[in-house]
Design a protein around this ligand. Structure first.
Ligand SMILES: C[S@@+](CC[C@H](N)C(=O)[O-])C[C@H]1O[C@@H](n2cnc3c(N)ncnc32)[C@H](O)[C@@H]1O
Length: 265
């Protein structure tokens, strides 16, 4: 099971992500990046793939773009749906794997926001997903997704990190109003390019004592840019833009988060 398959993660996801990105700014501007992309390319319909709890999906709806949403995790889909209903939006959100979902309509714009694509752990699965998304796009339809570049400094650090070498990440207040501390440990296998993470959640009582501990695993795959270029060629896409961040920074060698904007050929 993956971090996102757990109901407790889904129900607290927005709360701890908010706390995390208050301190770490590497996602700033992501919602507007995807809104601009959907405005530019989404006239024929938008789908948010791996939509999670709807951070992008609902932002689009608030700005007048009513996209479909899909995610592998039923818990995440349920949460996104509840949030949409609370905000008065009637959106089509369905659980599915991006490698084989099939919608009854085709889209002009597909978005995989905030590293959803990195959950595909082999080049074969990446290829399957790209081909399947292509099938769900109209001719000339656009897709955006991001990958992390393998970076020697972080690789070296993570290759020396064991799965139980936890570092404190953040503290937040969970859905039940209890303080929780989150620690994680991320190791890296240079042969598979997979980052294996363990996220440990400690629930505290009013005196700060740990009363519950949960460990949730997650694996994500890093992809070299040359690898991705060939994969895109192989799966029938042309590269339109490559950015180094959500503010459309240049994707020079220093960029770790690489955002691909590609067109179905
Ligand atoms: C890092 S979260 C991002 C969620 C959301 N896009 C956001 O920006 O908040 C990644 C999401 O990818 C989903 N996911 C992982 N593997 C998937 C797959 N094969 N097909 C569809 N969704 C997947 C997870 O369930 C999770 O909700």
């Amino acid at each position: 099971m993956d971090l996102h398959d757990f109901a407790d993660v889904a129900e607290n996801y927005d709360l701890y992500l908010d706390a995390m990105y208050k301190n770490e700014d590497n996602h700033s501007g992501f919602q507007d990046f995807y809104l601009d992309f959907a405005r530019e390319y989404g006239k024929g319909g938008v789908i948010d793939i791996a939509c999670g709890t709807g951070a992008v999906l609902l932002y689009l709806a608030e700005n007048g773009i009513f996209a479909d949403g899909t995610d592998l995790s039923e818990a995440m889909c349920r949460l996104a749906e509840e949030k949409a209903k609370r905000k008065g939006f009637d959106l089509n959100i369905f659980p599915a794997n991006m490698t084989d979902f099939s919608s009854d309509k085709k889209y002009s714009c597909a978005i995989i926001a905030r590293s959803g694509f990195m959950h595909l752990l082999t080049p074969e699965l990446q290829r399957k997903a790209l081909l399947n998304i292509r099938d769900n796009l109209i001719d000339g339809g656009m897709l955006t997704f991001n990958t992390f570049d393998p970076h020697p400094r972080f690789q070296a650090q993570q290759m020396n990190t064991k799965i139980t070498d936890y570092s404190f990440r953040l503290e937040y207040v969970n859905k039940q109003g209890k303080r929780e501390k989150i620690y994680n440990a991320i190791s890296y296998d240079p042969f598979t390019q997979i980052m294996s993470g363990n996220w440990k959640f400690e629930t505290l009582d009013d005196n700060g004592n740990v009363v519950e501990e949960r460990v949730r695993p997650i694996k994500m795959r890093q992809t070299y840019r040359q690898e991705m270029k060939y994969l895109l060629e192989l799966t029938g896409y042309e590269i339109v833009n490559v950015y180094g961040g959500y503010h459309k920074e240049s994707a020079d060698c220093a960029a770790k988060n690489v955002i691909w904007c590609v067109r179905k050929k």
